[in-house]
Ligand binder design. Structure first.
Ligand code: TGC
Ligand code: FAD
Length: 392
C-alpha cells in the first residue's frame, strides 16, 4: 500500500475536468490494481531481481495490454489518452510494470496491428492482449544502439523460408518471450520486421544479469544462429527504418505519461513525510528549503501532465509528430529522475530504505532515460526539427 493517502495525488491545474468519465474510471481501476497487486510485492521483487509472478496475465485482465488495439483483435479500442493514463498509473507502481505493458502494447502489438497480415493479427493479437503470450522487440544490437540503421542482423531468402542471423541486446522480456518482433536487413539492406517464435531452431534468449536498474524486469539477448523463419512471419506492410521507429513513437508517448507516475509516487511520499517528520521541534515541511523542493516538484509534475494531455489530443487526431513526442519523453523522464533523486533527500537516511520508493524509482529511471532513445538523442531530434541540420 502507498505510504500517502491516494487523494493526495496532485491535479493542481484541475485537469480532471478535461478527462472523460471513462478516463477517470480507467485510472481508478488501474490505480486500485497497482495498490493491491504491485505495491505489496514490488520492493521484494526488485531486491530479488525477479519479475512479478503472472504479471503479464494480470495486466491482460485489467486491459492494460494493447488498450488502443481494436476490440476485434482482443484490444480495448480505447483512445490514446486512456493509454497514457494506464501507463502513468502502472509506473506509479514501478517502471518495470509499465515497461512490460509498453513493450507488449506499443512494440509488439502495435507493429503486428499496423504492419501485419490479417492472419498474423488473428494469430497473435488476442493472445498478446490477454497476456497468455509474451512478446519482445528486438532493435538494439551489441554494436548499434542509438544508430539502429547500422544494424548487422540480416536474413536471406532461401525460397521457402528466410534464414536469420545476428543478435539483439538489451531486450526487455527476452528471457520470457514466446515471440519476438525482430528488425533485420534483407539482402538489399532494407530493414524488415520478422516474427520469431520461441522453439525455432537456433533462436536463444540468454538473460542479462546484475542490473542495478529495472530489477523487477527481465532483460536479455535475442540470438539468431541460422534460424529458419517461415515466410508468412514477415510483417508485409512496412520496410525501412520507419517501421521500428513508428513503434517507438507509440512507446515513447506512453513513457512520457508513465514517468509522471513515478514522479507522483516520490512527490506524494515526500509531502507526507515532510508533514510527519519533526526536527528542531517542527515538521521539516515547515522549513523553506524543503518547501522549495516540494513546490518545484509540483510545478514540474503539473507541466509534464499538461504536456502529455495535449500530446494525447494530438495523438488522437493522428497529428503528433515524432519530434513532439521526443520533447515530451525527454522532458518528462528528466523531471521524474530529478524528483526521485531530490525527494529522497527530504527523507534523509530513511530515503535510502526499500520501505520508501525513491531509490527504486531513481534507479529505474536511469534505464528509462537511456532506452527508447537517450536523453541526448531526443535533444538532437529537437535540434534537427528546429534548425533542419542533422547533428547526429
Ligand atoms: P533517419 O535517416 O532520420 O530516418 C530513417 C527513416 O526513418 C524515418 N523516421 C521515422 N519514422 C517514424 N517515426 C520516427 N520517429 C522516425 N524517425 C525517423 C525517417 O523519415 C526515414 O524514413 P525514410 O522513408 O526516409 O527512410 O534515421 P537515422 O539513421 O539518422 O537515425 C536517427 C534515429 C531517429 C534513428 C535516431 O535518432 C534514434 O531515434 N535513435 C534511438 C534508437 C532508439 O530509440 N532505440 C530504442 C530501442 S527499443 C527500446 O529501447 C525499448 S525499451 C522498452 C521498455 O520500455 O522496456
Ligand atoms: P549508445 O548508442 O552507445 O550511446 C552511448 C552514449 O552516446 C549515450 O549517452 C548517447 O546519448 C550518446 N550518443 C550516441 N550517439 C550520439 C550522437 N550522434 N551525438 C551525441 N551523443 C551520442 N532495445 C530494444 O531494441 N528493445 C528493448 O526491449 C530494449 N529494452 C531495454 C531495456 C533496458 C533496461 C535498457 C537499459 C535498454 C533497452 N534497450 C532495448 C536498448 C536501448 O534502446 C539502448 O540502450 C539505447 O537506445 C541506447 O543505445 P546504447 O545503449 O547502445 O548506447
Amino acid at each position: 500500500m502507498s505510504y500517502y493517502p491516494l487523494n493526495s495525488i496532485p491535479d493542481y491545474y484541475g485537469m480532471d475536468a478535461l478527462l472523460s468519465d471513462e478516463h477517470k474510471l480507467i485510472r481508478q481501476s488501474v490505480r486500485d490494481w497497482v495498490e493491491s497487486f504491485v505495491m505489496p510485492q514490488i520492493d521484494q521483487a526488485a531486491h530479488n531481481h525477479s519479475d512479478l509472478p503472472n504479471l503479464m496475465k494480470e495486466l491482460g485482465k485489467i486491459g492494460a495490454l494493447g488498450p488502443y488495439i481494436p476490440e476485434e483483435y482482443g484490444g480495448a479500442g480505447l483512445d490514446q489518452i486512456s493509454y497514457g493514463i494506464i501507463m502513468q498509473e502502472l509506473e506509479r507502481g514501478d517502471s518495470a510494470v509499465r515497461s512490460a505493458a509498453s513493450v507488449q502494447s506499443s512494440l509488439v502489438m502495435f507493429p503486428i496491428n499496423e504492419f501485419g497480415s490479417e492472419e498474423q493479427k488473428k494469430k497473435y493479437l488476442p493472445l498478446l492482449a490477454s497476456g497468455e503470450m509474451i512478446g519482445s522487440f528486438g532493435l538494439t544490437e551489441p554494436n548499434h544502439g542509438s544508430d539502429p540503421g547500422s544494424m548487422e542482423t540480416h536474413f536471406v531468402d532461401k525460397g521457402d523460408h528466410y534464414l536469420l542471423n545476428g543478435a539483439k541486446m538489451w531486450i526487455t522480456n527476452a528471457p520470457l518471450c514466446d515471440i519476438a518482433v525482430v528488425w533485420a536487413k534483407n539482402e538489399e539492406g532494407k530493414v524488415h520486421g520478422l516474427i520469431v517464435e520461441r522453439g525455432m531452431e537456433g533462436f536463444t534468449t540468454p538473460e542479462t544479469h546484475n542490473k542495478w536498474s529495472l530489477r523487477a524486469s527481465k532483460t536479455g539477448e535475442l540470438v539468431f544462429d541460422n534460424v529458419k523463419v517461415p515466410k508468412e512471419n514477415l510483417l508485409p506492410k512496412v520496410s525501412g527504418l520507419k517501421g521500428p521507429l513508428s513503434c517507438l513513437n507509440s512507446a515513447r508517448y506512453g513513457i512520457s505519461w508513465g514517468v509522471i507516475g513515478a514522479a507522483i509516487d516520490c512527490y506524494c511520499t515526500a509531502v507526507q513525510y515532510s508533514k510527519e517528520r519533526k526536527q528542531f521541534g517542527k515538521p521539516i515541511g515547515s522549513y523553506q528549503l524543503q518547501q522549495k523542493k516540494l513546490a518545484e516538484f509540483l510545478t514540474e509534475i503539473t507541466k509534464a501532465q499538461l504536456l502529455c494531455l495535449q500530446l494525447g489530443h494530438l495523438k488522437n487526431a493522428h497529428i503528433a509528430t515524432p519530434a513532439q513526442i521526443s520533447m515530451a519523453k525527454r522532458n518528462n523522464v528528466k523531471i521524474a529522475i530529478d524528483i526521485a533523486r531530490e525527494s529522497r533527500q527530504i527523507l534523509g537516511g530513511m530515503g535510502i530504505m526499500g520501505e520508501f520508493p525513491m531509490m527504486r524509482h531513481a534507479a529505474n529511471l536511469e534505464s528509462v532515460i537511456t532506452y527508447e532513445g537517450t536523453h541526448d538523442v531526443h535533444l538532437l531530434i529537437t535540434g534537427l526539427d528546429i534548425t533542419g541540420f542533422n547533428a547526429f
